[in-house]
Design a protein around this ligand. Structure first.
Ligand code: HEC
Length: 177
């Protein structure tokens, strides 16, 4: 292979690189590539109906059927969610929240002299099983403006067990529903 042939090969390679570059440039001019305005992967996920918002009253199935088979001992263990603010024994002191001895069937805002929020103070009626169920599931939904800074107990079985335990904390426990 003499240098003349090498030059021809070199020339051919340079020529085709040049040709490819020019063709690419021209085709870019002819076919305008443009960015998608929206990603094709932008799939809309339907947000839940407005009833799921925190403040809306929650539709809860009645707790009574679950109370029939509730496990009060398991409920006692669940009071660990409450003891940062509440005591449960008879004559126990009030903490951030009021003492909760004998709460089942008692009037709302049952401790005289405790600084309840206007919402709890004005709610009226007694802490029957269903009201406790609603309050413990979502305190702020049941009593808007409550000072009880507790997000709520989601599982109905847990609430039933806890309420079954609360019921035993009384000199004369109320009848099950
Ligand atoms: C972060 C503190 C806090 C936690 C945790 C908490 N509470 Fe409360 N609780 C309060 C406060 C404060 C009040 C008074 C609410 C008001 O006046 O708005 C209250 C009120 C109550 C009442 C109404 C009492 C009455 O006299 O009418 C019940 C029932 C109750 N809590 C049960 C519970 C249970 C059961 C738990 C655990 C699952 C719990 N709370 C967890 C702070 C708390």
């Amino acid at each position: 292979m003499n240098s003349y042939e090498l030059n021809k090969i070199f020339g051919a390679v340079v020529g085709s690189v040049l040709a490819i570059t020019v063709i690419g440039y021209i085709s870019n001019l002819l076919v305008h590539p443009h960015q998608l305005e929206k990603s094709v992967l932008d799939i809309k996920i339907e947000t839940a109906a407005p009833t799921a918002t925190a403040a809306a009253p929650v539709e809860l199935p009645p707790i009574a059927p679950l109370l029939a088979t509730a496990d009060a001992a398991a409920g006692a263990a669940l009071t660990r969610n409450c003891t940062s603010c509440h005591t449960f024994e008879k004559g126990g002191r009030n903490g951030v929240g009021p003492n909760l001895f004998d709460i089942v069937g008692n009037k709302k805002a049952h401790i005289d002299g405790f600084a309840y929020s206007p919402g709890v103070a004005a709610k009226g009626g007694q802490w029957d099983y269903e009201d406790l169920n609603h309050f413990l599931a979502n305190p702020r939904a049941f009593i808007p403006g409550t000072r009880m800074a507790y997000a709520g107990m989601r599982r109905a079985e847990d609430r039933a067990n806890l309420i079954a335990h609360l019921r035993t904390l009384s000199d004369s426990p109320k009848a099950l529903p």
